[in-house]
Design a protein around this ligand. Structure first.
Ligand code: GAL
Length: 662
């Protein structure tokens, strides 16, 4: 898949530019040191201007031009943008939003994954495309569609999904008795007596049953995965020897990315640091946003690198690699779209700091990316993305990102392994149920998860983000910040993991069963012995209302435990939980009930020490990541910083031979 060192690529739209520019662009890409060019993910209207009429000549030429220049092509299925003729002939393919409104033609991603009509068109265009280019020497791999889940498009509430949902439920539950029991439908007389009485959980008077919503999330996620698997099967058949990937996107958590990546060869994601900070950062305050406005926040970015690096590790131990006892030792993801100037879609779109493009590229490599591909070649002179930058400006002159890419020295960036001693457990079902009933507007699944992740990164620790059912045998410390949904079989595996590793759990752990109900015997189900106690109370703290745990101020969430076999490490100093246990410890297992970034950091620091790791206190905005024997020191601050005897210039990195940790 890759050269020995970091590869570069670019996202390119030949259909946007006059034919006489193509050779010049290809030569310039090659001269810049790019290897891959991704094309055609939105070009359906140019491939098939009317049903069954294919116009491949332009794409033949576009691919040949790139090939002649020595570039390798990543070709995409164009299904993120069904053209107008298709939508008007088959309006049933359109998605509906949760208010029951049609999501109309005129932008992108306007389709329902459950539509059998659209599935047939998706298979047809994929087959045509793969028959024509599947064996072209320039085509080295495929991208399916584009950014599943972007613009809130995983869940549709239209006719296609409405029709498919009861069938999916019937497959899952077999009987209505089982479904009524699993969802607790005796509550508010929600019991069903026929499958066709069940609709998607939208348009209800007040909040729908969370178990209903949870299953709808699972259903929509399965529809998406099936949609993609149909394309992948065709690509495998007609394009042997080529890989297939998808470009996932930051915190778009409406579908199970583990499931969706199972059939892929490797995973890619789209990294827009400044846009991400503006959009997806409930957990940072305004001051932090301001501080990192021109670089993005290092941990928000690296969380995604670590997440996507771990995705292919799968949802079960069986999916772990055969690489000795080191299931976590795979890297090999890509950044398919890397911001290289300002974006256009956030509420505010600051220009990146000088050096940011190099810093982001290096950070991606240090977290395991084998290829970083920039978005986009030339800034669009038309339509929705006119305000977005590219490597070239509108007028084709080289923009600042271009110069940074040109000047980047990749000789110190070998594409080897990332070896993280700590696993952070994450799953989408916990996210779906957690965020449905947050019980506190200031708290979310991502906020809680990021609090633990950032604490680890601020202590200089490399982290693998993995599914809780993955093989965990290689880790010394396992951190599970927000595993609210906890089947007992999973608790059993975690109990086994606690024989060899130290485990740290966050609030609301094992609060819900697989169907989203509370455990009949309370939090932790029948595994209270593992945690060493039981839940007493939980307290939702409104803004400004805090409670104390030692010197730490607790915000948003405080839960307390009654220690049984376990002991209390920290207790509440005031408020309704005064004197009760806030951090419970039993053997190798520590459970933190209070939401406080500083308390979490203190607890983790101690556990890391016990595990023989060497936490170090890094200054804000400075991070270290290790890969293939190299340590990358990254400074996201706009000031120079001295850390552990080395000077880091503003918005910069240095690469050093790794000092082996104890
Ligand atoms: C991505 C998307 C691209 C482009 C880009 C702009 O989310 O995949 O097609 O829209 O954002 O930043």
């Amino acid at each position: 898949m890759s050269n020995t060192h970091l590869n570069l690529g670019v996202c390119y739209y030949p259909e946007h530019w006059p034919r006489d520019r193509w050779e010049g662009y290809a030569a310039k890409m090659k001269a810049l040191g790019l290897r891959y060019v991704r094309i055609a993910e939105f070009a359906w209207s140019r491939m098939e201007p009317e049903e069954g009429v294919y116009t491949w000549e332009w794409l033949d030429e576009a691919i040949d031009v790139l090939h002649r220049a020595g570039l390798e092509v990543v070709l995409c299925t164009p299904t993120a943008t069904p053209p107008a003729w298709l939508v008007r002939s088959y309006p049933e393919i359109l998605a509906h939003d949760e208010h029951g409104r049609v999501r109309e033609f005129g932008s992108r991603r306007h389709y329902d994954f459950a539509s059998q009509t659209y599935r047939a068109h998706s298979r047809r265009i994929t087959r045509e495309l793969a028959s024509r280019y599947g064996q072209h020497p320039a085509v080295v791999g495929w991208q399916t569609d584009n950014e599943f889940g972007c613009h809130g498009t995983t869940r549709s509430y239209g006719p296609a999904s409405r029709a498919a949902f009861p069938h999916w439920l019937q497959q899952k539950y077999g009987s209505l008795e089982a479904l009524n029991q699993a969802w607790g439908n005796v509550f508010w007389s929600q019991e069903y007596t026929a499958w066709d009485q069940i609709l998607p959980p939208n348009l209800t008077v007040t909040e729908p049953n969370p178990s209903h919503v949870l299953d709808y999330a699972r259903f929509a996620s399965d529809m998406l995965a099936e949609f993609q698997e149909e394309q992948i099967a065709i690509l495998r058949e007609l394009s042997p020897g080529r890989w297939v990937t998808h470009n996932f996107m930051i915190f778009f958590g409406d579908f199970d990315h583990y499931r969706a990546s199972e059939a892929l060869d490797f995973v890619t994601w789209d990294n827009y640091p400044t846009g991400m900070l503006e959009f997806f950062s409930d957990w940072v305050d305004e001051q932090t946003k301001l501080r990192f406005a021109r670089t993005g926040h290092p941990d928000l970015i690296s969380f995604n690198h670590d997440l996507y690096r771990g995705l292919k590790q799968g949802r079960s131990s069986a999916a772990a690699s055969a690489n000795g006892n080191s299931p976590a030792r795979q890297s090999g993801f890509w950044v398919m779209e890397q911001q290289c100037g300002q974006v256009n879609w956030a509420p505010y779109n600051p220009l990146p700091a000088a050096g940011a493009v190099q810093l982001w590229t290096t950070q991606a490599w240090a977290h395991g990316a084998d290829t970083v591909s920039y978005f986009r070649w030339r800034a669009a002179t038309m339509a929705q993305e006119v305000m977005h930058s590219g490597l070239l400006r509108h007028d084709e002159t080289e923009d600042r990102g271009f110069h940074e890419v040109k000047a980047l020295d990749r000789s110190g960036m070998p594409n080897g392994e990332v070896r993280a001693p700590v696993a952070l457990l994450h799953d989408y079902e916990s996210l779906w149920i957690f965020d449905q009933q947050r019980h506190n507007a200031g708290l979310s699944y991502w906020t809680q998860t990021l609090t633990y992740y950032c604490a680890l990164r601020s202590l200089g620790i490399d982290v693998d983000i993995v599914h809780p059912d993955a093989d965990l045998s290689a880790y010394r410390v396992i951190v599970a910040p927000a595993l609210t949904l906890m089947p007992e079989a999973r608790l059993q595996r975690l109990e086994a993991a606690a024989h060899g590793a130290r485990l740290v759990f966050g609030p609301r752990t094992a609060y819900r069963t697989e169907s989203g109900r509370a455990f009949e015997n309370g939090q932790f189900g029948s595994f209270k012995h593992l945690f060493g106690g039981r839940l007493l109370q939980f307290d939702s703290l409104r803004p400004g209302l805090t409670v104390g745990v030692g010197e730490h101020r607790v915000t948003t969430w405080a839960e307390s435990f009654e220690p049984r076999e376990g002991q209390s490490l920290h207790s509440y100093g005031d408020g309704p939980l005064e004197g009760q246990c806030a951090v419970l410890r039993h053997g190798n297992v520590t459970t933190v009930g209070a939401h406080s970034a500083t308390l979490v950091r203190e607890v983790l620091r101690e556990v890391l020490r016990e595990a023989g790791l060497s936490p170090q206190d890094l200054p804000e905005g400075v991070r270290i990541s290790r890969r293939a024997g190299v340590s990358a020191w990254l400074n996201f601050n706009s000031e120079p910083i001295t850390v552990a005897g080395r000077e880091l210039a503003p918005v910069s990195f240095t690469l050093e031979a790794e000092q082996v940790m104890a």
